[in-house]
Design a protein around this ligand. Structure first.
Ligand code: TYD
Length: 133
């Protein structure tokens, strides 16, 4: 039984006068964090992602701007998520095909369950479609 992608609402501490802080603490997280990376200055015409992973699980956060994430799971479940709040994350389980588009100002933070490993990528959509759920 595969887990599907889902939204995580991070705690939002503060108020409009002071500003806010959000925290990804381990009791809220479906995995232990091994790596954090971030992408920025992605042109609006560019679609990133277009792959799945054998083992890596990630949480995407639009810490600034808006990110549209389209996901597909083996078995065919397709979903579209609009990340437009710095206190919201999208959990993407392993074998989740994902494609993202960014607003001009978007900064995407990725909290990852594994170190970077190119052999973990499934970049061929036809190979992804052959996976059994
Ligand atoms: P990729 O994961 O394909 O990015 P996206 O999903 O945003 O399109 O990574 C893009 C390139 O960056 C690829 O050549 C691998 C490299 N990279 C690293 O070297 N280390 C990393 O931690 C990540 C995420 C990517």
């Amino acid at each position: 039984m595969m887990t599907n992608p889902y939204i995580i609402n991070f705690p939002r501490i503060g108020n409009s006068a002071l500003g806010y802080i959000s925290v990804s603490e381990n009791d809220l997280m479906p995995f232990e964090t091994k790596r954090v990376y971030w992408t920025y200055y992605t042109p609006e015409s560019i679609r990133r992602g277009r792959h799945a992973h054998h083992a890596l699980e990630q949480i995407l956060v639009a810490v600034a701007g808006n990110i549209t994430v389209e996901t597909e799971m083996p078995g065919g479940l397709k979903e579209k998520f609009i990340l437009d709040s710095p206190s919201v994350g999208l959990f993407m389980p392993k074998y989740c095909w994902h494609e993202m588009e960014y607003s001009h100002t978007a900064v995407q933070m990725c909290i990852a369950s594994m170190v970077y490993e190119e052999s973990d990528y499934i970049r061929d959509y036809e190979a992804f479609k052959k996976l059994q759920p």
